[in-house]
Structures are given as C-alpha cells and as structure tokens.
Design a protein around this ligand. Structure first.
Ligand code: NAD
Length: 439
C-alpha cells in the first residue's frame, strides 16, 4: 500500500527536495495527498512544476482534517517547524522535518514531549550524513583507524553567494532561524555527533557580525529597487531565473516576502563570524568555526585520535578569476581547492580524498568518488531511505528527534553562551522531565 504524504512549506526546498521527487521517482510507493502554504501563489507554482492536481490549503488544520495522510513533511521557515511537527504528532502522524528541527530549547522540549505521547515519530532530514564521502569518514572512524578520537578541528566556509543569501531574507533574524549557529551549524554539529557517536555536553562560544548588516552607506531596502544595483557585488536579479521569478518575485504581492533584501540592512541581527568549543560525552573536544563571507565555499575537518589523525574536507566552489558581479560569479565557480590553487594547482578533481596519518609516521590516502549533486549526493540517498523503506541502515543514517535535538541544542547553547559570556551545559537546555525522551 502506498504511504500518503502532506507537505507544508512549498518554497524552493519543499518543491525541489520533496514534492517533485515524490511525484517523479516514488509514485510506486508514495502519494502526495495535500499541500499547504500561507502563499497560495507558491502552491499553484508547486502543483504546476510537479505536474499534479492535488488539494491545496492555506490553513494547516484544515489540511489535516480534510485529507488522509500518514506523514507530514515540514519545509517551512525554521521558527514554525515545531508548530507543524507537534500538530502532526497530536494527530498520530509521523513528522518528517527539514533541518533545523526547531530554533530554541523551549520549542525543542515541546517537540520531544509531543512525540513521547504520540504514536507518530519524528524524522529529521540530515541529508549531509547520506553523502558517500561523509559516510566513508563515519566508517573509518567506526573501524578505529585512528583509535579513540580525542579532539576535532572543524571549519566551515560559506562564500559570498551562498553565505550572503542568509542575510537577504528571513534567516537574517535570529527569531526566525536561530542564527547560523542553529540554522546552518545544525548540519555540522549533527555530523560531529554522528561521526563520533557521542553527544554534546558543554558549549562555549563567541561570535560577531562584522561583514553584513549596516556596514556600508551605499545600501537599499532590496535589490529590485536599489539605486546601487550597477555597482553592488551582492546585487541579485530575481527575474533572471525561473524559480526566482515564479516562486518569489511574482508571489510577493500575496505575503510581502522579499527574496532579495539588502545584505547590508540594519534589520540583520545574526552573526557572520562564529566559533565554539564543544565537549562531548565520550571525552572528545571540538573546535568549530563558521564564516559566511569567504572567497570560496567548502569545509575542513581533522580528527585527532589515540592512534593517529584523520583529515577530510571538500572544496565545493572557488572563483579562479575575479568577477565582481554575482550573476557572473555564480556561473564560473569550480570545485578547486583554494589552498592548492594558490600554489598553481587548479585541477578539478573527479574524486575526493581522506588522509590518515598514523601516530608514528606515514600517510594513507583514501579516494572517494564524487557522490553527485544535491549535498554531495546526500539528498537522493536520504529520499530512498525515507520513502522506499526496507533499505538497510547499519550506520544509523536516519535521524530521529534525539539527533535533531542534540544538533540544534549545541547551537542554542552557543547562542546562550555568547549572550551570557559563559559555558552552557546541554543538560540546562533539556531540563529533567524531557531529558530522557527522544528516539
Ligand atoms: N537540508 C538542507 O540542506 C536544506 C537546504 C535548504 C533549505 N532547507 C530547509 O528547508 C526549509 C525551507 O527552506 P526554503 O529555502 O525553501 O525557504 P523558503 O522561504 O523559500 O520556503 C518556505 C516556505 O514556507 C512557507 N511558510 C512559511 N511560514 C509558513 C506557515 N506558517 N505556514 C505555511 N507555510 C509557511 C513560505 O510561504 C514558503 O513558501 C527551511 O527550514 C530550511 O532550513 C534545508
């Protein structure tokens, strides 16, 4: 029998990650029975792009009452996820939510409590776990190639295309996204928890906003009407892409949602430069950093263990030539390691590497073929496990509410640590009555 899904939140992710693939690739096992969004125009575009005719709703409760469904897929703005997860659970349905599961500890506790009372289960779609490269790192650590992990250095760099995008729309306010320590770092903290098979215990963080926000006088409210569009390196033209035009520009009269807000707006209250030290249940210590205004996009991690060191990382995009206009830059980004490029090596590799340095000498290089598009091939593999069922999961790729909580609470603790100027214990955020809950 086909499983029935409702989707709430039909923006870029709801349509691209869930609706279209469900209709196109999983019609033999899945049926979409309802779509909900506060913006009726986006609902129309969603149906059109997926080529289906299915009931649409601007009221979530009405959707739950009106159509049959086994699971609700949540792909709305982060700060609203808890609302739909909890309602789905109260109706006895499963909730499949985009990351981050939610944005603060209070909402997190409410989700855990609702799941404890429900026959439904929460799934958090941590797609990065499913990328073959990330999976290989997990296997190697599990095999004990570097012994017990004692410390981790992890740096994530967002470039002036992807990174800037978080300052254009709802993510720019902490109340909506939890800031990048929650919205973005939930991916990274989840990877660490999963790779190490440990949970965070204590977080000490520092962060600031130095690059975006009201740091320059030449700014407007949004790109569409900006007097500096000819000169600003961050200018975006929503009408230049089909998605930008139909899903956002032409839909904005319904709800006033601008997709091209100025990255130098005084309204921005999230950081762009962040660092945290996290201690884990098994004794490991993480040094983590995140920057969102880099000349390249990618990440590097190093695990230091009792038997050696494992280094991994991927160069996702680098602009070899200087191109000031964002539209031109977006076209020429290449998968080139910026550190190697600085030494003249601008070869685009067909595979990624993991390096293992045994404690007393030597080095072993492990090659991993590219996993494909969509978060290193993670998106498609995640969907298979979610929607096909019966796919073996020996490495626990599928994440539940406990993993969702542990990743966001690291970021929530980091936010609190920045505000209070002291380390914050994860236990403080879980509170006693819900500390043991979560699958
Ligand atoms: N896993 C990943 O790699 C990944 C990548 C991109 C986005 N995401 C996540 O997916 C979610 C959506 O991101 P997006 O970029 O598509 O955002 P978006 O703003 O483009 O789309 C969100 C949609 O939710 C709708 N919405 C907002 N509040 C609502 C409400 N109260 N009721 C009903 N609908 C509501 C909006 O109208 C919009 O159509 C976010 O949680 C984001 O973190 C995850």
């Amino acid at each position: 029998m086909k499983k029935k899904y409702c989707i709430v939140g039909l923006g870029s992710r709801g349509i691209g990650m869930f609706l279209i693939p469900l209709v196109r690739d999983y019609a033999d096992v899945a049926e979409v029975t309802g779509l909900c969004d506060i913006n009726w125009r986006r609902l129309e575009v969603a149906k059109q792009r997926a080529g289906i005719d299915v009931p649409t709703f601007t009221d979530f409760d009405e959707m739950l009452r009106s159509v049959e469904c086994d699971a609700v897929i949540v792909a709305t703005k982060d700060s609203t996820h808890h609302h739909f997860i909890i309602k789905a659970l109260e109706a006895g349905k499963d909730a499949i939510t985009e990351k981050p599961m939610t944005v603060d500890d209070e909402k997190c506790r409410a989700i855990l409590a609702a799941e404890a009372k429900s026959s439904g289960r929460v799934r958090v779609t941590f797609n990065y776990r499913f990328a073959p490269y990330m999976t290989r790192v997990k296997e190697l650590l599990k095999e004990g190639v570097i012994g017990r992990v004692l410390s981790v250095d992890f740096a994530w760099y967002l470039d002036t295309i992807h990174g800037a995008d978080y300052y254009r729309r709802w993510h720019r306010r902490k109340e909506n996204s939890g800031g990048l320590f929650v919205h973005k770092a939930t991916h990274h903290f989840d990877l660490i928890n999963w790779w190490l098979d440990q949970e965070p215990v204590r977080v000490y963080a520092s962060g600031s906003r130095n690059f975006y926000g009201p740091t320059r006088e030449e700014r407007g409210e949004r790109c569409l009407t900006c007097q500096y569009k000819e000169t600003c390196e961050f200018y975006v033209d929503l009408s230049a892409s089909e998605e930008g035009r139909s899903l956002y520009l032409e839909a904005e009269s319904v709800d006033g949602y601008w997709r091209d807000g100025c990255v130098f707006s005084p309204e921005i209250d999230i950081e762009d430069t962040m660092g945290a030290i996290v201690n884990y249940s098994g004794g490991a210590q993480l040094n983590y950093s995140l920057h969102s205004f880099m000349p390249f996009e990618g990440w590097r991690v190093a695990f230091n263990g009792t038997k050696g060191r494992l280094e991994a990382g991927i160069a996702e995009r680098y602009f070899i030539e200087e191109r000031p206009r964002l539209s031109e830059r977006a076209k020429v980004g290449r998968r080139v390691d910026p550190w190697r490029a600085a030494q003249g090596d601008i070869e685009v590799k067909s595979e990624e590497e993991i390096r293992i340095y045994p404690l007393f000498g030597g080095v072993k290089t492990i090659k991993v073929p590219h996993g494909g598009s969509g978060h290193g091939g993670g998106d498609v593999r995640l969907r298979d496990m979610l929607f096909r069922g019966g796919v073996p999961d020996p490495l626990n790729h599928l994440a539940g509410s406990r993993a969702g909580a542990m990743s966001i609470l690291t970021g929530v603790a980091a936010n609190r640590s920045m505000a209070l100027g002291r380390p914050v214990m994860i236990e403080e955020l879980l509170q006693d009555e819900t500390a043991q809950v979560g699958a």
